[in-house]
Design a protein around this ligand. Structure first.
Ligand code: MG
Length: 237
């Protein structure tokens, strides 16, 4: 799983450099796919449940699972890119949200808070803890900052399958849920809205959008729980 995670982190790093005004998310999609194949890895999302692309590209009010398209990004957008690979029998999965050029103060704050909420969630992924500690770490921090937690989509276990038990909500109570043990690998992925938490799915059957069309951000890491604490497998260089 370290091999899969390393490839995901490397490719997200390359994608991040390419999130600039004028680029299209379809260009990012084909770039990610070719970089994965170069590393003898298979893009994990393409064909998953019928998803037609290698990356999920979700700008602005898109929450997750957006389809790449040929519309150029413009200065002031924010873009969530979610990417995973399958290699050596295992999956890796991660996401980041990045500003396109200069963005609003609200967007900057949303990106900082969502990224920080993932760090806090990872820090709670320790042996002897409970799954609810991870959920609570995200919710308590994000809501104190005035943002809201998406309820309809959650993180997940990951390994030989892209999505395994347990589900990992980004809201919940500390001390509840399954015990965290060394050897578990979790894809922790806060999805945070600037406005209300509600989302809906477009007629394409995939793209989740905020109900109030305010901004949404998404960060994700694949994290192994080890005897000595959490190890982020998808570190982005
Ligand atoms: Mg995931």
């Amino acid at each position: 799983m370290r091999d899969a995670g390393k490839i995901v982190g490397e490719i997200l790093s390359l994608l991040r450099e390419r999130i600039v005004p004028g680029v299209t998310t379809l260009e990012l999609d084909s770039y990610a796919e070719s970089e994965a194949l170069k590393r003898k890895a298979r893009p994990a999302f393409k064909g998953y449940g019928g998803f037609p692309f290698s990356v999920c590209a979700s700008p602005n009010d898109r929450v997750v699972h957006g389809f790449p398209n040929d519309q150029p990004l413009i200065e002031g957008d924010i873009l969530s890119i979610d990417f995973g690979v399958f290699v050596g029998g295992f999956y890796g999965d991660a996401a980041l949200t990045y500003p396109v050029g200069a963005v609003s103060e609200e967007a900057t704050s949303l990106l900082e808070v969502t990224s920080r909420s993932l760090e806090l969630a990872v820090a709670a992924a320790v042996p002897g803890g409970r799954l609810g500690d991870i959920s609570h770490a995200v919710q308590s921090y994000v809501e104190a900052k005035g943002f809201s937690v998406v309820r309809e989509f959650v993180g997940h276990g990951i390994g030989r399958q892209l999505h395994e038990d347990p589900q990992i909500p980004n809201f919940g109570l500390p001390g509840r849920g399954p015990k965290l043990k060394p050897g578990m690998v979790l894809a922790i992925e806060p999805m945070i809205n600037a406005g209300a938490p509600g989302v809906y799915v477009l007629p394409d059957g995939w793209t989740a959008v905020t109900g109030d069309h305010k901004l949404s951000a998404h960060f994700e890491h694949t994290v192994a729980i080890t005897e000595s604490g959490p190890e982020i497998l998808t570190l982005i260089p």
